[in-house]
Write a protein that binds this ligand. Sequence first.
Ligand code: GDP
Ligand code: MG
Length: 195
Amino acid sequence: MIVKNSQFKISAVSPKQYPNDNLPQIVLVGKSNVGKSSFINTLVNRKGLARTSSEPGKTRQINFYDIDNKFYFVDLPGYGYSKMSKVEQEKVGSFIEEYLSSSKNIALIVFLIDIRHLPTENDKLMYDYIFKTNLPCIVIANKADKIAVTKVDEEVKNLQEILNPLKDLKFLPFSSERKVYTDEVWKAIEDIIIL
Ligand SMILES: Nc1nc2c(ncn2[C@@H]2O[C@H](COP(=O)(O)OP(=O)(O)O)[C@@H](O)[C@H]2O)c(=O)[nH]1
Ligand SMILES: [Mg+2]
């Protein structure tokens, strides 16, 4: 898909601020710094739409981006930022769960993990949580530019074996750095929601 018009809609800190239209919401979930905001920018082909940061743990609101008046990309705060206090981390966790359990328009969860590492404990907890919501989900093994091209397929398979041995979810590699696999990801999204 080629996006023509993408714009920031709102930063929400509570459910009453979520957009109240019925556009489908595609939500980015993943640990802090895994590349959620960059993923949005890469797919819509705009450098600065979603705020990215090399310093993790910055986003504490839920940012909604209107894409061609067809759907929202929803940028959630990342979990598992080790420099945050336990209390602060729990706050972020319940914030994420509040959105995932109360928004009525979630059409797809895009769950980002890092292709270089085994899923963290928090990744596994999030995966289990997503599984229980029954919402459609695809898993993106991000930062594929950080490993040899010849290892990419093997690593993606490996991660699926660990997180999703039933193999009922789609796992895809991705790299915002090199802007590769973008077509495959759009296709996977469009297989699930009609855009
Ligand atoms: N090498 C590489 N770096 C990436 C990629 N995606 C994001 N980053 C970098 O990772 C850092 C965190 O990215 P960001 O999108 O802000 O992560 P977020 O916290 O999940 O939203 C930034 O320094 C990005 O430039 C990628 O595909 N490859
Ligand atoms: Mg971000």
